[in-house]
Design a protein around this ligand. Structure first.
Ligand code: SF4
Length: 191
């Protein structure tokens, strides 16, 4: 590598600080924005406090406080998980989806949109590789979408309610929307 790795770490840290500052807006703090963003991207197996804690790298106690605060603001709602009576499911409300449409990280995305297409694609791939490397080092689940999961059965249950795909882990049908959302059970095709 020709670039100094310490400089890369420094740049990422500075970007993180700027992103943190951007997210102190709309009456929310960064952890609350991160939770809203996660819930907007997570599939039905992953919208629960444990998965949210794993994604954020936070304790379950911290996540519980975040969810309580968002619930008080009317941005999320908690309900019993229909697949597991001991578990709680968290969903965005319409107000939560509305708040996400004003995501303060949009400013960062606008700057990124100014990059040339090839540079943007390379940067996204490199940042994803850095993130995956750090997650592996810390023993954290990587999350990911169905298309890169070894359990994904594309068009495996055509015509079935909730299909047309299937999760080979849960043996349940998957719609296109869930298949395109991130999942805590994601297992890479090449582990
Ligand atoms: S196929 Fe993989 S990523 Fe998709 S729902 Fe199943 S376990 Fe999750």
């Amino acid at each position: 590598m020709s670039e100094d790795p310490a400089r890369i770490a420094d740049l990422i840290e500075r970007l993180g600080r700027l992103a943190d500052a951007l997210q102190r807006s709309g009456g929310l703090v960064p952890a609350q924005w991160e939770a809203l963003r996660y819930l907007g991207r997570a599939n039905r197996y992953s919208r629960h406090p444990g998965a949210l804690a794993a994604f954020l790298g936070a304790t379950k106690g911290t996540v519980s406080q975040t969810v309580i605060a968002l619930e008080r603001k009317g941005l999320v709602v908690r309900a019993d998980d229909p697949r597991d009576r001991r578990a709680v499911h968290i969903d965005l409300t319409d107000a939560g989806r509305g708040a996400l449409s004003q995501d303060p990280l949009g400013g960062l995305a606008e700057v990124a949109a100014g990059l040339a297409a090839a540079a943007a694609a390379r940067l996204a791939a490199d940042l994803a590789a850095l993130l995956a490397g750090l997650q592996r080092r810390r023993g954290r689940p990587g999350f990911g979408v169905c298309g890169t999961c070894r359990f994904f059965r594309r068009n495996g249950a055509e015509g079935e309610a909730g299909g047309p795909h299937r999760c080979g882990l849960t043996q349940e049908p998957l719609g296109d929307t869930d298949a395109g959302h991130i999942c805590i059970e994601h297992t890479p095709l090449v582990a």
